[in-house]
Design a protein. Sequence first.
Length: 219
Amino acid sequence: MKKIALFTIVAAVVTMMAACGGKTEKVPFDNGDSADVANADPTIYGVCTDGTAMNTLELITDMDDTLSIDISTAQENGQVFGGMHVGDRMAVVPDAEKKSALMVINQSTLLGNWVMPNPLDGSDEVGISIKEGGIAEGIEQSSIVYKTWRLTRGKLEIVMMREGGSEEDEFYQYDIVKLGADSLVYKDGDETFEYSRQKPKEEYGKEVQLEDSQNEFFM
């Protein structure tokens, strides 16, 4: 996996600890703002509204602006992840003029428990829980402690620590390959991680049907 320099890790952690006297502040989503304007994350964060259509995403941004963004380029390049549904939180990587989307990620779809068969013996499921507020937790992981996550510049960033190792935070960036109602695939230069959404125990062995409202705008 690719490791980012330690000073980058520190900067990310400091951002999440502002205004709380050293205590971690749980916020809905990191908007990627930076005092360094030249390197600021250009991603637009907001909520999908009912003005959204097949090739257009209408968004009420975290700055309380209403934007209508052409997503046809992102669609043509397979860069719309997680579908679109009114009320869902979205992350949009725009072009230079902020009129067209290069990538669209549904943050609401990304939330949840994601699991895969244990790569060591396949005897049980292991994975990651992606929660609101940038919180990440491991699922049946004894050697990895997941800590935080965020989306920035269209990449999924995860901070974790490996028990029994250096016990220092490790910072990873992943490209999202696939995101749907029941599947999440992301990769770095070396590895690809393929997850399924974890079902409640009582639902195993049963076919689970999504309500019609949950299918609206999904691609």
